[in-house]
Design a protein around this ligand. Structure first.
Ligand code: G3I
Length: 315
């Protein structure tokens, strides 16, 4: 059977997974290398991971993932430069003037993007900038730097690596709704102003049986704006225990997401947020829920795996 990465490549798509650097050995490493042609560090490139104390950097896990990717002919999605979570304490607890925070943010972007210049194909420059009603989330960045912090971050990222694709990434923006429309309006205005923006990431943390019916239409409207679309963090959770019926529905849901991406030329591909249930954020965050990924905890492919393969033209 052809691995997912080969099937995706034949369709002109990418197939990615989030990974944990310390696990990239043994069976986990074998599957990550064999099945996927894009990797996203699940945590290793976040600000709190790379600069835990101000001016003291820890690139070990991020480097390990980038090295692994290069060894296995994979591309890397950098995740993420500006987010309201997993920031270092010195940043969140600091009291910032606009000018000083602006300098620190610019330096952070220049340092991290610059370090991986030419080795990270795409960056999630800004992660989760919107609230559910489509207003800007009142993060440290938004409240201190003002609404234009997104345009500035994109501009600084472009300067640090002109070859990297620059994305804004968010969740609950898979279907057409108030939040995805706010993202749409933002991207439209950035394009009109000539701000560098190459794509939008639809995270796609979904629930079994609840793939938005407007997913394809939503992907298409972003594509029509002239940007790429990537499904960046796909997982489809269920109430445990996983039954055959739920796993069958989950496979249909994975198939629906893959089909929507395959149907739109500017959808670059799909990244799953962890490929195995043993490496998923769901059980920690949603007690009683899980089984959200294509492989079970013992690295056995689930019906969802086969659905992805079929949607990519496999048998
Ligand atoms: O590394 C420490 C470890 O030393 C400690 O013993 C352990 C005890 O709690 O915590 C470990 O850190 C955890 C980290 O994941 C690594 O496992 C954090 O507590 C935990 O909060 C963190 O969760 C991550 C989460 O982002 C934070 O919000 C998940 O792994 C990660 O998958 C998740 O990813 C996000 C995307 O970046 C953005 N979109 C949503 C997505 C899911 O929340």
């Amino acid at each position: 059977d052809t691995p997912l990465r080969g099937l995706a490549e034949a369709k002109g798509k990418v197939m990615g997974t989030a990974v944990t650097g310390s696990k990239l050995t043994g069976t986990y490493g074998e599957i990550a290398a064999r099945e996927f042609n894009w990797l996203t560090p699940g945590n290793a490139m976040k600000w709190g991971s790379v600069e835990p104390s101000r001016g003291t950097y820890n690139w070990a896990e991020a480097d390990r993932i980038v090295d692994f990717a290069e060894t296995h002919g994979q591309q890397v999605r950098g995740h993420t430069l500006l987010w309201h979570q997993q920031n270092p304490g010195w940043l969140t607890n600091g009291s910032w003037t606009k000018d000083r925070l602006s300098t620190v943010v610019q330096d952070h972007i220049a340092t991290e993007v610059g370090r991986y210049k030419g080795r990270v194909a795409a960056w999630d420059v800004v992660n989760e900038p919107f609230d559910e009603d489509g207003t800007y989330r009142p993060t440290l960045f938004r409240t201190t730097l003002g609404q234009d912090y997104i345009a500035q971050a994109l501009t600084w990222a472009r300067a640090a690596d002109p070859g990297a694709k620059l994305y804004i990434n968010d969740y609950n923006v898979e279907g057409v709704n108030a939040k995805s429309t706010a993202l749409y309006d933002l991207v439209k205005s950035l394009k009109e102003r000539g701000v560098p923006i190459d794509g939008v990431g639809l995270q796609a943390h979904l629930i079994v049986g609840q793939v938005p019916s407007t997913l394809r239409q939503n992907i298409q409207r972003f594509a029509d704006l002239g940007v790429d679309v990537a499904i960046t963090e796909l997982d489809i959770r269920m109430q445990l225990p996983a039954t055959q019926a739920k796993l069958t529905q989950q496979a249909a849901d994975y198939r629906a997401v893959l089909n929507a991406c395959v149907a739109v030329a500017r959808c670059t591909g799909v990244t799953v947020w962890g490929f195995t249930d043993s490496d998923s954020w769901i059980p920690d965050t949603f007690p009683g829920q899980g089984a959200a990924t294509p492989y079970d905890e013992n690295y056995q492919p689930k019906p969802a795996y086969h659905a992805i393969a079929e949607a990519l033209g496999g048998t």
